[in-house]
Design a protein around this ligand. Sequence first.
Ligand code: GRG
Length: 300
Amino acid sequence: MDNAGLLTYLSERRLEVDRLLHSYLPGPKSDPPLLHEAMRYSLFAGGKRIRPILCIASCEAVGGRSVLALPFASAIELIHTYSLVHDDLPAMDDDAYRRGKLTNHKMFGESTAILVGDALLTAAFTMMAEKGLASTISPKKILRVMLELGSASGSTGMVGGQLNDIEAQGKEDLTLEKLKRIHTHKTGVLIRASVRIGGILGGAGPKKRSQLTCFGEKIGLAFQIADDVLDVEGEEKKLGKPVGQDESKGRCTYPALMGVSRAKKEAIVLVEEALTEIKSFGPEADPIRQIALFIIDREK
Ligand code: GRG
């Protein structure tokens, strides 16, 4: 798969995810219209859909059909969007722009934005249960997937990582080990879960599941390092949000700790290691290989 092939793959999969989310969520005029309009505002603001696409591509990488993974992949995007809406709130990062648009609370007010996050998180689990029940997937597998996503998103995963991140802000003595833990939890676990869920739904055996887990862990960390680097070197127009925020907010990042060029090298090494983990996979794993490379070579 070359670069043009990857771009086509990404846009086709993005469309599938968007279509399902559009049809699943209550329409913008459904009661209460303010909430549904605000949920749709952030959900369809132009995100890359990397997590759901990784989930679908991981399902395919182990020989599964993408249609099986699609509803669960879309649920992951609901959780990701909720985390962004809550992360932008005044009590957290207090950001005004996201995905090139005003943040949810700037558009709809703080209390609506809190509820948008709550509703998106809840919708993720409702969607998995509803679409899972309507599918041919075994109830046990559906529960395993829901457990995977619940634990990755909660207090021992993404939410816990967010708290660790808040606690670490402005601290001078943050070690690389502690920073890695924050990045792994705040960002990495949801990416790892996306890959693992795809593998579970695709019917991966224990060996492939464990290889996918290592792959997901490494690209998850690489993704956050790339995000840190983009905050230093990226273009505001392409990113859809101001750059230099990490430094101005006193956040500890890979570039702050080791410099941009070492941080970039670190991300490259992680992706190389990730690719080695899935070396034995066939050509059906080419999309996840290409996505891994894209993660450290993106402009937004
Ligand atoms: C539970 C409030 C709460 C937060 C959880 C994930 C998270 C922690 C906060 C989001 C803030 C943030 C910038 C986290 C780092 C993860 C990250 C790089 C998010 C942006 O993801 P992309 O690049 O965004 O996939 P798009 O817009 O493409 O979906």
